[in-house]
Design a protein around this ligand. Structure first.
Ligand code: B12
Ligand code: SF4
Length: 499
């Protein structure tokens, strides 16, 4: 029987997190096939490690999880080398990037199969079929080529998350000490990453989750989540949790049930949510959530302009007025709102694009005025092709095109695109991008993020002092003095380096 090698390409510098994507896949074959994990975040030379396994001739299957940006940059040359040196192995990619960009991935010739969305069933079934030389055409959630043509099998209904096999934490610990994945963050000394639900019930037109999950969402029960967290706490000493769900707080009942269970454990936690959903939560629920250790919640605020929110198909009922009011409401409960904004959406003229950027800059300042503790994360708008959406048609009409090959995807310009820093979108001029980035620099100067645990009080005060004059006078151009201090003190950006 062939063995399986699962690889998590490096996703952040020195930021070790439990590699949940491939750990779920390991769980799906655990006990049936022999598997190993290579975590690029923990290896100085991942290729060397991977080759040390392949050279044994025992490994027939490779499973790579791939996000756009740096992970893709790592995965590409390694996949290429494997195809050249070990052509008899089968290369399988999963995760959001290959699911959303199957053509570029399969056209590369380095990848044999893509798992489209959840792999918990599709992966073991595919391995079974390949091992037994049986047909795989009826396995759901697959993308592959037949006679040069891309073929997609039908999508599977979302599985009951409580009935999935347990995550093989102890076996992961035989490859890398588990404590390595429980890093120090502003939440705690030993922070674990946990993914408690899949998909999202909304259809924001810029979001990569939508084409895969199509407004579906399924969660583990509060009891199940608690049981897993408690295991890691008791066995490995976790004292804080980052929930990596796209939308942790979809159900008030589940969030409240979890808060009740976790409260006596004295842990700190963080998750992602929608403003309009959480604004409907009762005061008593918010109070309990905070008391149970939830210190900070990430929200996609996107824009303060209701027309732009509608253009983004933000769905639900979120409005600019609500974004401000909710930041104020959370202050009462001592929960830090982490608001992410997307600046630079397309409009009918350059003047309108600029006016919208200025509007949101002022809006962010209003949010800060009502609740200065609000953490602000600024992205530049990067279109994700939710085919058929109005916004998708609009960005195409503006002349925007995706790269066609994997090599183009990892070119330096597109890497910046993936990191949502320099979007290469035809409607944004370099001056507009500079304005967004310079405002961000000044804002981060006045309000350094709480997630930067290396920045001491003195450094914070120094950066604040030099930035406040610019902030008050709306002078954002050439903020070199702030940049210098940020570089000197290695100021961290949560949007790239992790939450
Ligand atoms: C954690 C995380 C990060 C962390 C990684 C931390 C670390 N140290 O490793 C950090 C913060 C660094 C990060 C950064 C980025 N991320 Co990120 N990240 C996530 C997040 C929140 C969780 C991933 C996870 O663990 N999921 C849990 C597992 C269980 O779910 P899953 O990955 O979907 O896995 C299932 C299937 O997809 C499939 N599958 C996945 N991999 C594989 C592999 C194989 C072999 C098989 C068979 C199946 C399979 O099966 C799994 C089980 O069913 C996701 C959103 C999300 N909720 O998934 C975004 C997400 C993947 N990131 C995304 C992006 C864009 C980025 C960035 C490129 C940009 C940015 N600014 O955010 C950066 C840069 C990445 C880099 N440096 O390479 C996007 C991807 C969008 C897209 N177009 O593809 C997502 C979806 C967020 C979003 N909604 O926009 N990220
Ligand atoms: S609510 Fe968040 S995760 Fe859900 S579709 Fe919108 S942006 Fe994506």
């Amino acid at each position: 029987m062939n063995k399986i090698l699962l690889y998590n390409p490096k996703s952040a510098n020195a930021k070790y997190r439990i590699p949940n994507s491939i750990l779920n896949i390991a769980a799906s074959v655990d006990g049936k096939y022999e598997w190993v994990i290579v975590d690029g975040n923990c290896e100085a030379d991942a290729w060397k490690k991977i080759e040390s396994y392949l050279i044994t001739g025992e490994f027939g299957y490779l499973g790579f999880t791939v996000m756009p940006g740096p992970q893709l940059k790592e995965a590409l040359p390694i996949s290429k080398a494997i195809k050249e040196k070990y052509p008899r192995t089968t290369m399988i990619w999963g995760g959001y990037f290959p699911s959303n960009q199957p053509k570029a991935v399969l056209d590369s010739g380095y990848v044999d199969f893509i798992i489209n969305g959840p792999g918990d069933n599709a992966f073991p079934r595919l391995i079974d079929a390949l091992e037994k030389h049986e047909p795989y055409e009826f396995i759901k959630n697959l993308i592959y080529k037949v006679d040069g043509k891309i073929t997609k099998t039908i999508k599977e209904d979302l599985l009951d998350q409580d009935s999935l096999p347990p995550l093989p934490y102890d076996k992961l610990g035989t490859f890398y000490p588990l404590q390595k994945f429980l890093g120090k963050t502003y939440l705690g000394e030993h922070t674990m990453a946990y993914h408690s639900s899949i998909g999202c019930p909304f259809i924001c037109s810029f979001c990569a989750v939508v084409p895969i999950y199509e407004a579906r969402w399924k969660a583990k029960s509060a009891q199940h989540v608690y049981k897993d967290v408690k295991y890691i706490k008791d066995k490995y000493g976790a004292d804080a949790i980052e929930f990596h769900d796209n939308n942790f707080f979809v159900s008030e009942k589940r969030a409240v049930d979890f808060a009740k269970l976790i409260e006596p454990e004295n842990m700190t936690w963080w998750g992602m949510a929608r403003i309009d959903t959480m604004d409907k939560f009762k005061d008593s629920s918010l109070e309990l959530i905070r008391r149970s250790g939830c210190k900070c919640i990430f929200f996609g605020a996107e824009s303060g302009n209701d027309e732009v929110l509608a253009q983004m198909d933000k769905g639900g009922t979120q409005t600019g007025e609500q974004i401000i009011r909710f930041a104020e409401r959370l202050k009462k409960f001592d929960i830090i709102p982490e608001y992410s904004f997307v600046l630079g959406t397309p409009a009918s003229s350059p003047e309108k694009v600029q006016a919208q950027i200025d509007f949101d800059i002022n809006f962010i300042k209003k949010v800060k005025a009502v609740n200065p503790d609000t953490e602000i994360v600024i992205y530049t708008y990067t279109p994700v092709p939710t085919e058929g959406s109005e916004l998708f048609k609009q960005v195409q009409a503006e002349g925007f095109k995706y790269p066609q090959t994997l090599e183009d995807w990892v070119s330096p310009a597109w890497e910046s695109f993936d990191l949502r820093k320099n979007p290469l979108t035809p409607w944004l001029t370099p001056e507009m991008i500079d304005k967004i980035r310079n405002f961000e620099t000044v804002l981060n100067g006045v309000y350094p993020t709480v997630t930067d645990i290396k920045l001491n009080e003195l450094k914070r005060k120094a950066i604040k002092l030099v930035s406040t004059i610019r902030y008050k006078a709306n002078l954002y151009k050439y903020p070199y003095e702030i940049k210098l201090l940020q570089r000197l003190w290695e100021y961290r950006q949560p949007e790239i380096q992790g939450f």
